[in-house]
Design a binder for this molecule. Sequence first.
Ligand SMILES: [Zn+2]
Length: 185
Amino acid sequence: MGRRCEIDGTYIADDNGHGGSAQRVCSTRCRVEACRRRKAIPDEMKALRRWTRADGKRPIRPDGSPASSTNPATWSAFDEVANTGEGDGYGIMLGDGLACYDLDHILDGHGRVKPRHPGRLILERLEREGCMFAEISASGEGLHLFVRSDAPSWKHDGVEFYSHGRFIRMTGIRWNPKRRRNAHR
Ligand SMILES: [Zn+2]
């Protein structure tokens, strides 16, 4: 048994069954990286009580029971999920003015934007106008662009926009168009 480091996936040996205090990272280096990623998320988002732990892409409460995108009673404050609780990560529930463009497979294996991906125009517009937060998704190939919006959700041609009833697992790996690769490992 054992769990995997939330940063690089290294197996971590069992910590003698200390349940809730189980280690989430394998090394000091990964601990520093996890802290850096938490800090990258803007305070405007951290202030929202819309956070849950994540088990893969599934939202769960810190105790491991399911969290629902339609039941705010199952959501938590950022500090309650950022480095504690069940599962292997954390994320946020969209809605109430918080929305996100989910651009799957927009990055190639080198972290560069694919020239023909239909999300490219949205990405370029938001890079000009600025968005709340842009991060590389857990696959390393997608981007999450968080914005303030109440516009209805839509999906078209490889671009998904969600404004309600949707969970986004977050990485905190800030997307920086000028330093494409180095933010991700
Ligand atoms: Zn690690």
